[in-house]
Design a protein around this ligand. Structure first.
Ligand SMILES: [Zn+2]
Length: 324
């Protein structure tokens, strides 16, 4: 038992041990810290000799009612409880990747730009905090044409965010969204998505390069067909030396729901049955091969591994490391 006197003695001893050495007074002062902000949202890791930087674009919250087409809300609440997540809404993060190959920068997806929820739009601040310059981006690779992945290419006022970059998109995705007949036939609720694709890509339509599934998109990055979420939705296998990373894109939305329950279909899955088959196939593959994975909508830094767990899978995030 500590009494008041021994507490005072130990406090005095701690005080003398923590006295600031004279030399520390010459160190630069810490930058001012905003008390309601996290550190900048970037995280680096290596895949072979490639440097990967995950760059966060904030989050969006959405109600859970109706979010999953084929699950009872009680079961959804059970999955949230198991992950210690609140039941009232789902917080969906956005995380893009920067691949640095000897100073040549490739982005995979671009975030929400200035078109997303007020809790998103942090991408450029975080990208710059990681030491990058948007003018130095050589290649932008797009997984699919939903707004949270492409709107970072072009601000609402029309400004191109990466004017020096070559833009590479899935051929099947381009064929679907740029088809005027499909846009005319689409239900009213989907017309906005078609129009947004034209807003983003229209001014550069002649310069956009389209890639096929199973092709090497840039060195070390191979497109993997992951259709269902959208008609041309694409994952990417990043390989270098012994390093292998599967960029899952939106093969699952939040892992606590859809990695654990790969049968569940989010309302964003345009072809729910195909999306489910793709999800199960890719999760099974990365679990068997113990490949590192990156998700667009997993909690930051949105990378880890997939383990088998009952009739589903579990996402095991990486351990944060200061050693890269
Ligand atoms: Zn998405």
């Amino acid at each position: 038992m500590l009494d008041r006197r021994s507490l005072l003695v130990s406090a005095a001893a701690a005080g003398s041990a923590m006295a600031v050495p004279a030399s520390a007074q010459t160190l630069p002062a810490a930058a001012p810290v905003e008390p309601d902000r996290q550190a900048p949202g970037f995280y680096r890791y290596r895949v072979g000799d490639l440097m990967i930087t995950a760059v966060n674009d904030g989050v969006a919250r959405r109600p859970l009612d109706g979010f999953i087409r084929n699950a009872q809300i009680d079961d959804v609440h059970g999955a949230l409880d198991a992950a210690f997540l609140p039941r009232d809404s789902l917080t969906i993060p956005f995380t893009t990747l920067v691949i640095d190959r000897g100073g040549k920068l490739t982005l995979i997806d671009t975030g929400n730009g200035d078109s997303g929820a007020p809790t998103s739009g942090l991408w450029m601040t975080n990208f710059r905090a990681a030491g990058f310059d948007p003018a130095a981006v050589e290649t932008v690779v797009i997984s699919h044409f939903h707004g949270d992945h492409i709107n970072g290419l072009r601000l609402k006022d029309g400004t191109a965010v990466f004017p020096g970059a070559e833009v590479l998109v899935p051929e099947a995705e381009w064929a679907f969204w740029m088809d005027d007949a499909r846009m005319a036939a689409a239900p009213d609720g989907m017309k906005g998505a078609f129009q947004n694709v034209r807003r983003v890509f229209g001014p550069i339509a002649g310069d956009v390069k389209r890639f096929k599934a199973d092709s090497e998109v840039v060195p070390n990055v191979t497109a993997v067909a992951a259709y269902g979420h959208t008609p041309g939705h694409t994952a990417f296998a990043v390989t270098a030396g012994d390093g292998r990373l599967m960029v899952m894109s939106d093969t699952t939305n939040h892992p606590a729901l859809f990695v654990r329950n790969p049968e569940w279909q989010a309302i964003f899955d345009m072809d729910g049955d195909m999306a489910r088959e793709t999800r199960k196939r890719l999760l099974d593959m990365v679990a068997s091969e113990k490949m590192q994975v990156a998700f667009y909508h997993a909690p930051f830094p949105a990378t880890g591994h997939i383990a088998r767990d009952g009739d589903g899978f579990a996402f095991v995030p990486v351990a944060w490391s200061p050693i890269i």
